[in-house]
Design a protein. Structure first.
Length: 290
């Protein structure tokens, strides 16, 4: 039994009974689907940002080109389980099944790396759109990882400086990918994450488009109470661990803070293995409650 399985054995999780799917909100009904083969249109008022995709590939991120790369295959396997949970049979027993929080026990275990790669991988799907949200407002890292300047984002919306969440949603040069940056720092940032306005934003994310997957990069679970609160809004949680670094006790404590009614999975980051590119690292996915 590996460390992840031992951590999961500490869980006392139960499943919700299947219920009928929630009715489609009026806002979603009015969203005209794109023609076959065209990217779906999504609300966006935060402007355009250009990701240097070549530089991202060189840094080891998922490639959006036609080139076959090992990391693409690894994240393809991970996203399949996430998409199955979001839109397959299990989605009927999950609230907000298309909302996926990416977290870790402690900082530095690779959660932002995982969030960005999952977003890029899902954006390659022909019939899905993806929204990447930086909710780690204490240590925002998505824009830095993409080598972009931070800009108005989630905090401006939570502070009501922006009336609608679409005002801070940015288009990118990846057709099916939108991004919401963390925005400015604020001394009440953790309280704002637990606010009613954050709840309303997540409901908007979950219900406006039926083809949308929302990847939320959240703060680590240990020491930040608001992360556990965010877990009550998501249908899935991915806990990123670092091989030979993450402590079993931390993993156990992290899992205990998650809502037992959501789907929980693990990504083991920097796992030693023989790889075709000679890096000696890989990225593995272990399912939790599925």
């Amino acid at each position: 039994m590996n460390t992840i399985e031992r951590a999961l054995s500490k869980q006392n999780a139960g499943k919700k009974d299947d219920t009928d799917p929630a009715p489609i909100p009026e806002a979603e009904k009015s969203a005209a689907p794109a023609s076959p083969g065209e990217p779906k249109k999504m609300d966006s008022g935060g402007g355009d940002i250009v990701i240097d995709l070549v530089a991202m590939e060189e840094k080891g991120f998922v490639s959006t080109s036609a080139e076959r790369r090992q990391i693409n295959e690894e994240y393809r396997a991970i996203k399949r389980k996430i998409l199955d949970n979001a839109f397959g049979a299990l989605s009927r027993s999950l609230t907000n099944s298309n909302i996926v929080m990416i977290t870790s026990s402690r900082p530095g275990e690779g959660k932002t790396f995982t969030a960005v790669n999952l977003a890029l991988s899902i954006a390659l799907e022909q019939d899905k759109t993806v929204l990447l949200v930086d909710a780690d407002v204490l240590r925002p890292n998505i824009m830095r990882t993409l080598e972009l300047e931070n800009q108005e984002g989630l905090m401006e919306y939570l502070l009501s400086e922006k009336k609608d969440i679409s005002e801070v949603m940015c288009n990118t040069n990846v057709p099916n990918l939108r991004i919401i940056a963390a925005g400015k720092t604020h001394h009440l940032s953790t309280e704002l994450l637990a606010s009613e306005r954050m709840y309303e934003a997540v409901q908007e994310f979950a219900n406006r488009y039926t083809d949308r997957v929302v990847i939320i990069d959240t703060p680590p679970l240990l020491g930040i109470n608001e992360t556990a609160i965010l877990a009550n809004l998501a249908g899935q949680a991915i806990v990123v661990t670092e091989e030979n670094s993450s402590r079993l006790a931390d993993i156990q404590q992290s899992v205990s803070q998650l809502n037992p009614e959501i789907a929980i999975g693990f990504v083991v980051n920097k796992a030693q293995k023989s790889s075709s590119d000679g890096s000696g690292y890989g990225y593995y996915y272990y399912g939790g409650k599925y």
